[in-house]
Design a protein around this ligand. Sequence first.
Ligand code: AMP
Ligand code: ZN
Length: 111
Amino acid sequence: MADCVFCKILAGEIPSDKLYEDETILAFRDIQPQAPVHFLVIPKTHIAGASEITEQNSQTVAHIFEVIPRLAAQEGLTDYRIVTNNGEQAGQTVHHLHFHVLGGRTGGALY
Ligand code: AMP
Ligand code: ZN
C-alpha cells in the first residue's frame, strides 16, 4: 500500500524501534507511547483493520496472539492490555491492522 505508514516501516522506508520480526509479523514500539510499555504488532500483509480479518488471513492474527505474551514477558509485563481500533470513529488512524500492547502502569489505570 503506497501511502500506508506501516507498509513503509515494513519496506524499511521509515525507521522503527523493532522488538520482534519473523516471516509474517513485525512488532515495534509506538512512536507516541500511551503507557510505560507500548508496542504495536502488525501483519506483514496489508490488512486494513479488524473488519478485514478473514478465514484466509486469520492464521497470521492467531500468530500475533501467540507472540504477544512472549514479547510482553520480555518487556517485563505480567499485566497488559491488547487493543485494536477498527475504523476512524473508533480512533483508528493507521489503516493497517495493528494490535496495541500497553502495560507497565500500576494502580489499575485504563490506558
Ligand atoms: P491507531 O490510532 O489505533 O490507528 O494507532 C496508530 C498508532 O500508530 C498510534 O498509537 C501512533 O502513535 C502509532 N504510530 C504512527 N506512526 C508511527 C511510526 N512511524 N512508528 C511507530 N508508531 C507509529
Ligand atoms: Zn499497510
